[in-house]
Design a protein around this ligand. Structure first.
Ligand code: CP
Length: 316
């Protein structure tokens, strides 16, 4: 693996290899006082975030440090981006400074792909940490790792993805990955929060995609429910339905949790809007796998860095 730009096009074997590596790293580090492996000693990883982040940026930094890489964090606010430097010039500067891997979050869909093209000559790997409304591949991988922890396997499972699908890179990456791993994904959203081209999203051969506008009839059929964040910052023309209508029709309340089979966990990529997307009682219940997702995020990102920087070079 040379880059991780999306889950669209990530084949089943590679995805499973990353997930298995993540499981192995988790077992290796479990209960250790010093969580440090020498695997990436001498390699330099640079995170470059043009949008806010807590989970993704911190877990990539921890992942790199636990593997002994040198990790440097660049944010748009504190760098020469603030003086007007372009993404291309910034990336070429970081590669010239010695980056083996650049991890990028950017508001423009397609930014990570552009970066991979510009850095091809330098040989620098690129990881997409979220590009606009397009993809967030490591989020989907950590979600799959959490589903495997809770359900044993993803294959044959029916996974609900609920909420603001229109603006969600998490939804798109999960549709690609979970169907590639053999799941049926049910997207549940109001018509105003579904992209018009959703029927054309690429779906893995082993799985399938269903779209619904009603949550309650779907809940008893699901093996897991993934609640999406409502991305008000991307809604320049206002939000319809209103926050109150949304909470009534789609918010995961305690009453709705009772409709979900007992074995089915609740996931949320964070940050959560408690009281609107999900009630505080559900978010804090043992059914919620939200902190487990964050922990898995560190191990999955360690696994991704391993496959990019220490794994067998296959030229892909
Ligand atoms: N899930 C996610 O990407 O969270 P952050 O925006 O905090 O990184």
């Amino acid at each position: 693996m040379k880059h991780l730009l999306g889950t669209d096009g990530l084949d089943r074997d590679t995805a499973l290899a990353v997930l298995d590596t993540s499981d192995g790293l988790k077992r290796t580090l479990l209960g250790r006082e010093v969580r440090k492996l020498p695997t990436l000693r001498g390699r330099t990883v640079i995170t470059m975030f043009y949008e806010n982040s807590t989970r993704t940026r911190v877990s990539f930094e921890i992942a790199g440090k636990w593997m002994s890489a040198d990790v440097v964090n660049v944010s748009a606010g504190g760098s020469s981006v603030g003086k007007g430097e372009s993404l291309r010039d910034t990336a070429l500067t970081l590669a010239a400074a010695g980056a083996d891997c650049v991890i990028v979050r950017h508001p423009a869909s397609g930014a990570a792909h552009r970066l991979a093209g510009w850095l091809a000559e330098a040989g620098t790997s690129v990881v997409n940490a979220g590009d606009g409304t397009h993809e967030h591949p490591t989020q989907a991988l950590l979600d799959a790792a959490t589903l495997r922890d809770r359900l044993g396997d993803v294959e044959g499972r029916r996974i609900g993805v609920v909420g603001d699908v229109l603006h969600s890179r998490v939804a798109r990456s999960n549709v690609h990955l979970l169907t590639t791993l053999g799941a049926e994904v049910v997207l549940v959203a109001p018509p105003t929060l579904l992209p018009t081209g959703v029927a054309d999203w690429s779906v893995g051969d082993a799985g399938s995609l269903v779209v619904s506008h009603e949550l309650d009839p779907e809940l008893p059929t699901l093996d897991a429910v993934m609640v999406l964040r409502v991305q008000a910052e991307r809604m320049h023309g206002g939000f319809f339905p209103s926050a109150r209508e949304y909470a009534i029709a789609y918010g995961l309340s305690e009453n709705r949790l009772r409709l979900l089979p007992e074995h089915a966990p609740v996931l949320h990529p964070g940050p959560m809007l408690r009281g609107m997307e999900i009630s505080a009682a559900v978010a804090d219940s043992p059914r919620a796998a939200i902190t487990q997702q964050v922990t898995n995020g560190v191990h999955v990102r360690m696994a991704v860095l391993y496959h990019l920087l220490a794994g067998e070079e296959d030229g892909s």
